[in-house]
Design a protein around this ligand. Structure first.
Ligand SMILES: Cc1ncc(COP(=O)(O)O)c(C=O)c1O
Length: 448
């Protein structure tokens, strides 16, 4: 394939002009110069458009944005402004959502091992739902109720419907052999419903399942939805949430279902299974993936005669772990010439100390690619920044939102100071004796 990058991989407001590709009216090369690289760039219009499309397909209060795909204060606010609920999967995600100003009754809390402090924080905040995942969590919630006088917590019960879907084993979650939820097949889900209904600590509001992620066939999502809907109808549940999972195109020419097609398939399946109520969904990837792209700067081009060409950029597996984790595939292009043919074949790699630090194994690139070029990988808006690390002590990239010709920084780039801020440089500093006094005196704080 030597053609130019498929426009269906680019954010919706992408335009080509003399300055190369612009998103949100701002040329990408200019953004790289202004904010540095690697840089995550999100098309704000695209994000908002996807939120609205999801709401149109499923209805008001029927869509929760799965914030694990990409979360920062600006993203939490955007999803809330567009009328979406927020799905969080840890105490940290909950904290970001609350500090962003998302009301607690718009937040649903997930996780297969929520500890006492996470449960306490969620219950005290008054979240819309806690999604209970195990009998151990039931016990923890009951202890909090007894010991701290918490009012009954509204809960959904997560079930493993015995249907797993998704692009890779690691992101298939709904099978019988899963760490998530109560099993339908072995009767633990039915037992959990009885248990929660009897408990003064909880209010049973419905059933939840999520079968997997990056699913390109809506009938697979519908099969999971049917299984959980049959169960929900059978136990007389009031609510039903069928998770996220809708896939996106990462390579040119891939066909992906629309939100409307997903909604039609799910509705038909749950009605066929005897469920007459509404259905809530939790899209993550399908909201943010295509809205975002990553800008890198090319650092070296190495041609090994008879073997291959390596193109190294200034990021890698610390800003996009998905190729190493799931063998995920991407494309690349040069924003200065987005319409250029891409006859060069090269392995696009990062700057980390391992050979597995590959972003694209056989990237198609323009023949005149050169050191210092700004290079873009599209469709990196989901599970990219969210999984970013400091491997090799690389600072995590900045994130900008672009819209109407303006760019705003929503997450700043990490600095050298950030890389050192957790290090304890004085032996014993930060450690305490059993009575709580400091082992090593902090300058100016008197002796301990
Ligand atoms: C419970 C739950 N809901 C929603 C999602 C979002 O999935 P996706 O990003 O595939 O839409 C996930 C992903 O892991 C999940 O675990």
């Amino acid at each position: 394939m030597t053609s130019a990058v498929d426009p269906d991989l680019l954010p919706l407001t992408s335009t080509s002009g003399p300055g190369g590709l612009a998103v949100g009216g701002v040329p990408l090369v200019e953004l790289a110069g202004r904010f540095g690289t690697p840089l995550f760039v999100y098309d704000e219009e695209h994000l908002r458009h996807r939120c609205r499309e999801a709401l149109d397909a499923f209805g008001a209060d029927r869509v929760a944005y799965a914030s694990k795909a990409f979360l920062c204060t600006a993203m939490a606010r955007l999803a809330h402004e567009e009328g979406l609920l927020l799905d969080v999967a840890s105490g940290g995600e909950l904290r970001v959502a609350l500090r962003a100003g998302v009301p607690a009754d718009r937040i649903v809390v997930h996780g297969n091992n929520k500890d006492v402090s996470e449960l306490r924080a969620a219950a005290h905040a008054g979240v819309r739902h806690l999604v209970v995942d195990s009998f151990d969590e039931v016990h923890r919630i009951e202890s909090l109720h007894r010991e701290e006088g918490l009012p009954p917590v509204p809960v959904l019960l997560r079930v493993a419907p015995g249907v797993a879907a998704g692009a890779h084993e690691a992101i298939r979650t709904g099978g019988r052999d899963s760490k998530f939820g109560f099993g339908l097949a072995d009767g633990t889900a039915a037992e959990a419903v009885r248990r929660v209904r009897r408990s003064p600590a909880m209010r049973f509001d419905g059933v939840h399942a999520h079968v997997g992620s990056q699913v390109l066939d809506p009938s697979e999502l519908a099969a999971g939805a049917a299984a959980v809907a049959r169960f929900a109808a059978g136990v007389g549940a009031a609510g039903l949430t069928v998770g996220g999972g809708l896939g996106v195109a990462y390579e040119g020419g891939q066909r992906v279902p629309t939100f409307a097609a997903w909604a039609d398939a799910v509705r038909a399946a749950v009605h066929g299974a005897g469920w007459s109520g509404g259905v809530t969904v939790e899209p993550g990837r399908s909201i943010t993936a295509r809205a975002g792209l990553t800008l890198y700067r090319v650092g070296t081009v190495k041609h090994i005669e008879g073997v291959r060409t390596y193109v190294s950029v200034d990021g890698g597996m610390s800003d996009n772990l998905r190729p190493a984790l799931y063998a995920s595939r991407y494309e690349a292009f040069l924003p200065r010439c987005p319409g250029a043919p891409r006859p060069l074949r090269a392995r696009l790699v990062g700057k980390h100390c391992e050979s597995g630090d590959v972003i694209i194994d056989r990237a198609a690139l323009p023949a005149d690619l050169a050191v210092s070029d700004v290079l873009a990988t599209p469709v990196t808006g989901a599970y990219g920044y969210a999984m970013a690390s400091n491997y090799n002590k690389l600072p995590r990239p900045a994130v900008v939102f672009v819209r109407g010709g303006a760019a705003r920084l929503v997450v700043r780039r990490e600095t050298d100071e950030d890389l050192l801020r957790l290090d304890v440089t004085e032996p014993g500093a930060g450690e305490t004796r059993t009575d709580g006094t400091a082992l090593v005196a902090v300058a100016g704080a008197g002796s301990a």
